[in-house]
Design a protein around this ligand. Structure first.
Ligand SMILES: Nc1ncnc2c1ncn2[C@@H]1O[C@H](COP(=O)(O)OP(=O)(O)OP(=O)(O)O)[C@@H](O)[C@H]1O
Ligand SMILES: N[C@@H](CCO)C(=O)O
Length: 331
């Protein structure tokens, strides 16, 4: 149960009053999630009930949060289905609840799809592309804090915990990624705000007439400025991967890339570097999972995910350099 900090109805009431969201009629701790305290709240305003999520951030600070919340607000206001943070009179999006930074966003409907089909992938791919385009007019800058410089800092920290074969794989991959990052074709890639963690559990779908309808993306707290193709690669490494074997699911990948490409045609340089970015995405999550697993932070509430899954994905991505059929199909 992800309620690390208890919030009373009257504390929620005070915040909702400040935000002019009406009278809180229900407040329930949310069982999902492991990083933050989340409450589902309903509030009545002018005879209508609206549903919200009240989040108390257990890891991120008051200073770090505006980038993420402003990005969500910007995307929501540009027609992308993401939770929109509520501002107070002064335009602030982060508030103090129980000495923790807190925010209130609208609740998206639906549920995560943990066994996605090509139809789910098509909808996520299209909205990912639209999200990238909508992000072009977002001005605040914050790098992807889980990007190359974090990999360079963190690989040496996890090395002592690895077997010889794992050490070889991770150091060779890091060297390869440093090489890619130095290429002029990499420097020229289009970039902007990316989600950077858009896994199956960060997307919700409704069911309408027995068919899935994407209701939105959430959990933007690893977002940052990075290449759009890296964001696409992170998605392909989760939505289009067999979780048992780490193997590419070509049907899902084709659907994901084709619908992304329809909204925003990939540049030749992006196509050329996609295989390298698939490796980068696998390295990023293998590394963060190794780091969480072997070096749990003090008093951390995070339950580490299985690192070996992304070791398998990386191995697959390195040995099957490119799923040519998938890319060719969306050319
Ligand atoms: N805006 C939203 N609308 C609907 N449901 C939401 C929203 N935000 C969060 N949720 C629900 O709350 C659950 C927990 O949210 P989230 O995944 O952001 O938790 P977390 O603890 O912040 O992060 P983590 O994914 O790292 O555990 C989600 O699985 C989702 O079901
Ligand atoms: N999506 C990440 C968890 C952090 O949000 C992972 O699966 O390792």
């Amino acid at each position: 149960m992800a309620v690390y900090t208890e919030v009373s109805l009257s504390e929620a009431q005070a915040l909702f009053k400040q935000l002019k969201l009406g009278h809180v009629t229900s407040l329930k701790g949310c069982a999902g999630g492991i990083e933050n305290t989340n409450y589902f709240a309903s509030a009545e305003l002018e005879g209508q009930t609206h549903d919200y999520v009240l989040t108390l951030f257990e890891r991120l600070s008051f200073e770090q949060l505006p980038f993420y919340l402003q990005l969500m607000k910007h995307l929501a206001q540009h027609g992308i289905a993401v939770p929109e943070p509520t501002a107070n009179d002064k335009g602030a999006l982060v508030f103090d609840v129980k000495s923790k930074p807190a925010a209130v966003v609208n609740k998206l409907s639906g549920a995560s799809e943990l066994a996605p089909t090509p139809e789910h992938c098509a909808q996520v791919g299209a909205m990912l592309a639209r999200m990238h385009l909508a992000g072009r007019s977002f001005e605040p800058q914050q790098p992807n804090l889980r990007g190359l410089s974090w990999w360079n800092d963190t690989v040496p920290v996890v090395l002592p915990y690895l077997t010889q074969a794992q050490k070889a794989l991770i150091t060779q991959e890091l060297a390869y990624q440093n090489h890619v990052a130095a290429l002029s074709s990499y420097a020229a890639l289009p970039r902007g705000p990316i989600h950077a963690d858009l896994f199956r559990d960060n997307v919700l779908f409704d069911t309408v007439n027995h068919a899935p309808v994407l209701s939105g993306f959430f959990d933007f707290y690893f977002a940052g400025i990075d290449t759009w193709i890296f964001d696409l690669a992170v998605c392909l490494n989760d939505w289009c991967i067999d979780l048992e074997t780490g193997k590419n699911n070509a049907q899902n990948a084709h659907s994901f890339i084709a619908s992304y490409n329809q909204e925003r045609p990939l540049l030749a340089a992006e196509r050329a570097l996609l295989p390298a970015m698939l490796r980068a995405g696998a390295l990023r999550f293998w590394l963060s999972r190794l780091w969480d697993f072997h070096l749990p932070r003090e008093a951390s509430m995070l339950q580490a995910h299985d690192p070996s899954h992304f070791e398998r994905v990386l191995t697959q991505r390195v040995s099957h350099l490119l799923d040519f059929d998938t890319l060719a199909a969306c050319a």
